[in-house]
Structures are given as structure tokens and as C-alpha cells.
Write a protein that binds this ligand. Structure first.
Ligand SMILES: [Zn+2]
Length: 458
């Protein structure tokens, strides 16, 4: 099927213009702006215009602070007892800062040839529009959808999907489905879509240490321990210089790759020089071992310092011995690792290494998820992607984290990532963009998936 080619030019423009409309509403969930709600309403309006029944689901009546879920549904008239596909997306975006590094207003939605710019252009408004337009095609051209379709569009993805688990539990019946198309998917530099079958888990923690009741004169460093040094010493025990985590039993629950997973890893490619060039890096871990790099990216654990704070950081010098120091860390986890259990191991590690004085706080945790390579839905998505793009890369897991585990466990169905996000489209960075050609091709691909899913037996 060729959804886009079969439509007149003016209709193609509607897709881009609706995406522009979405980008122009700054739905930065981190800032709790009123425009987040405005964006939810706009998504719902666009769905309704496309023929999708839509409603806004709130967390509970008293919590206006919690962004709602925009729900969409179309029941197939010809196949009402057939399968149901669910599209999971999000309408919130990352903060645009640093704004001075943008060439235009971050929420301009400026169209320049094949590119549309703005925060959310790819992540995730561009992806969302491909799903809506694919469903709209069937409704407008055929008057029916081949399978039942549902949409969950949340507003807190960029701040850790804080209430998604509760939403999924509360509306479990309403959201019932047979398979989920995940909110994003990359297209690599060879124009191949990457089908991803999983997400890593995440544990976020905060370390705090206080050595005195106030900042002291730094001459007292002969007597008083500096909290910044304390944190540095503690951090140094957590990971070595090659990135290996040194916490006892940290890796115990990690299972080996399955043979079919190893096959996928083998087929993936990773261009080291291209990667280094794109981010202007001078070196990366395991630079001379491509297999190790590929395995790490889909199944490696990390310990990352995401923030360090202590002392005087303004212009010039200040001879001060700060009273406090703080560090924020995130740990990527892989299947079978339980965030709370890993947190306990970290606590024991600090304790045993003499850092009882460091206060350790659990900020958030999310388990990893990986869908089996031989799952029928995976095969269906793969064949549709090949039909549209001629080639495909199957990745057993994204290097990032998302709430896939909750969908998999609560709705009990497979989740597969496929999308239109060009690998270097600067998501979360200044001058984020989306390629309009990829948006259209992915719309076709999603259309193919809906059609084939309708044909598949329940
Ligand atoms: Zn994002």
C-alpha cells in the first residue's frame, strides 16, 4: 500500500501543517506550563478531525497538576472481534534550553525544504502524527479500519512517565489490546528503520554529604574533611575508568544473551568514526572491539554521574571549604534487574566502603523490558518495514529507557518500536528537526502494519 502517493498534494500538506501546529504549543512537562494541557486538547482535536473517537483521561478529579492522557479509539466495523493495535505516544517535550543555541524560536515549527524544526518535531510529535495519519487514511479512503485501533498519548514521558503505571492499571480494561507500537523508532544513516524490541531499565539516585553546619575558611582543610572530596572518593569506588561497575553482586541477575539475540547484534552495525565525528568525541570505550560496543549498546549496564554540586563555581576564586556536596547518578539496567534491589546493593556498597555518612536517596526506578525476537508481532512489523524501506535493522533493545515494562506486564502484550526519527535529528538538543520524507514513509509503514494486523488471526 502507498498511502502518501495515493493522496493529493494538498493532503500531504495537512500532515506537515498539523505537525507544525503541534510543535507551536510548548508542552514542556518539566515546567508544568498550562500549555501542556493546551497541547493535550489539540491532540484530541486532531484525532477527532481525523475520524478517531477521542477523550481526555484525567488521573483523578482533584489532580489538575498531573497531565492527562489523550485517549483515542476506532473500532473496526468489518472486523470488530479481530485484533486491537495500540499506539503509545507522548505530547510533552523536553525543555528547549539553551535557547541561545537555536537558530530560530524553538517552537516555530519552521519548515525548510524537507525539514521541519522545533522542540518535539521528532520526539514525539512527528511520530504521533504518523500514527494518526495512517489511521485517518483508512477512515477517509476506505471508511473503516482493518483492525481495532487505540491510542494512549501521555504528557509526562519526558519527566519519567511518573503516573503511567497508575493510568495503565486504572484504565487496564479500556486499554486492552493485542500489541503496542512504541512511541519512537530511529532511521539510521543508511535510511534503514531500526525496529527495537526493548528498553533498558533505569535507577536514579542522589548522594548527599554534609561535613559542617556552614561553609568554612579553606585553611581549615588541615582539620576538616571536604564534602566534595568525600563524594569524589565514594564515586570512585562505584565504577572504574573503563566504565565497569564495581559494586558487589551488581551483575548477578543479568542473563546471558540468547542465540537469536546474538544473531541480531551481529547484524547491527555501528560506525565508530561516524559516531565520534557527530559528537566530536576523541575516544570511546572499547574502541577497538566493535562486538563489545554493539553488545554494550543493547545490553550493557552503566553508572553515569548526571550532576555534581558543591562549593564556589562563579568567576575567580574563593578559598572556601563547602559544607555540603551532592551528586546525582543514573544507572541503566537490563532485563531481570530490579531497580529497588540494585539500590539496596548500592547502599550496602557505600556502607561497606566506609561511606555511612553519605545520605543515599532513591529518586526513581524503572525495570528493563525485552520482547522475544521470534514473537509473531515482531515478524509482522519487520515485514511491513521491509515493504516500505526495502531493508531493516532489528535491535533487541534501545540503549535508552522507557515505560515498556509496564505495558508488557499490565496490558500483557508485545511492544515494538518503529518510527520516523532520523538518527541525528538532535532530539533533546537545540535545533531539533524531523525529516518530512521519513514522516511520510513511516506513515505508509504504520498503515501497512494496521492492514496486516487486521488480517492476522486472533
Ligand atoms: Zn524524548
Amino acid at each position: 500500500m502507498t498511502i502518501i502517493e495515493s493522496r493529493v498534494d494538498s493532503e500531504i500538506d495537512i500532515l506537515t501543517l498539523q505537525l507544525q501546529q503541534l510543535i507551536r504549543v510548548p508542552s514542556v512537562s518539566a515546567k508544568k506550563q498550562s500549555t501542556v494541557m493546551e497541547c493535550a486538547k489539540l491532540v484530541s482535536e486532531i484525532m477527532i478531525k481525523s475520524g478517531i473517537k477521542s477523550e481526555i483521561l484525567t488521573f483523578d478529579d482533584n489532580s489538575e497538576q498531573i497531565p492527562p492522557i489523550v485517549y483515542g479509539e476506532v473500532r473496526s466495523k468489518s472486523n470488530p472481534n479481530g485484533k486491537t493495535i495500540l499506539f503509545y505516544n507522548h505530547y510533552d517535550v523536553q525543555p528547549p534550553e539553551p535557547i541561545e543555541l537555536w537558530d530560530d524560536d524553538p517552537f516555530s515549527g519552521k519548515i525548510d525544504g524537507n525539514f521541519i524544526f522545533g522542540r518535539g518535531a521528532s520526539d514525539d510529535k512527528g511520530e504521533l502524527i504518523t500514527r494518526i495519519k495512517a489511521v485517518e487514511y483508512f477512515l477517509k479512503e476506505v471508511g473503516d479500519v482493518p483492525c481495532n485501533v487505540k491510542f494512549i498519548v501521555e504528557g509526562e514521558e519526558e519527566i519519567g512517565s511518573s503516573h503511567l503505571q497508575e493510568y495503565l492499571t486504572k484504565y487496564r480494561k479500556k486499554f486492552h489490546c493485542d500489541a503496542v507500537i512504541w512511541e519512537f523508532g530511529y532511521i539510521d544513516e543508511h535510511e534503514r528503520p531500526i525496529i527495537s524490541l526493548g528498553m533498558k531499565g533505569l535507577l536514579c539516585v542522589e548522594l548527599n554529604v554534609k561535613c559542617a553546619n556552614a561553609d568554612l575558611h579553606s585553611s581549615l582543610a588541615v582539620l576538616v574533611e571536604n564534602p566534595a572530596w568525600r563524594i569524589v572518593h565514594a564515586l570512585k569506588t562505584i565504577r572504574d575508568e573503563n566504565g565497569t561497575i564495581l559494586i558487589k553482586n551488581w551483575h548477578n541477575d543479568i542473563r546471558d544473551f540468547l542465540p537469536e539475540e546474538l544473531d541480531c547484534i551481529k547484524q547491527e552495525d555501528f560506525d565508530i568514526s561516524d559516531f565520534k565525528k557527530n559528537y566530536e568525541l576523541t575516544k570511546i570505550f572499547n574502541e577497538n572491539d566493535i562486538e563489545k560496543i554493539k553488545k554494550a549498546s543493547v545490553g550493557g549496564v552503566t553508572s553515569n554521574i548526571s550532576g555534581l554540586l558543591s562549593g564556589y563555581i562563579d568567576e575567580g576564586s574563593k578559598t572556601v571549604l563547602p559544607s555540603t556536596a551532592m551528586a546525582k547518578l543514573d544507572f541503566r539496567l537490563v532485563p531481570n534487574m530490579i531497580p529497588q534491589k540494585q539500590f539496596q546493593l548500592l547502599r550496602e556498597h557505600l556502607y561497606k566502603n566506609g561511606f555511612k555518612d553519605i545520605e543515599l536517596k532513591f529518586l526513581s526506578g524503572e525495570p528493563a523490558c525485552r520482547i522475544p525476537v521470534d514473537n509473531e508481532f515482531v515478524k509482522l512489523v519487520e515485514s511491513c518495514a521491509i515493504e516500505e524501506y526495502g531493508k531493516v535493522v532489528k535491535s533487541i533493545s534501545s540503549a535508552g529507557t522507557g515505560p515498556m515494562w509496564y505495558f508488557n506486564k499490565i496490558l500483557q502484550c508485545p511492544c515494538v518500536s518503529i518510527g520516523c526519527t532520523y538518527k541525528y535529528s538532535r532530539i533533546h538538543s537545540p535545533n531539533e528537526f524531523a525529516r518530512i520524507d521519513l514522516i511520510k514513509r513511516t506513515t505508509n509503514c504504520i498503515g501497512n502494519i494496521i492492514e496486516k494486523f487486521g488480517d492476522s488471526k486472533k
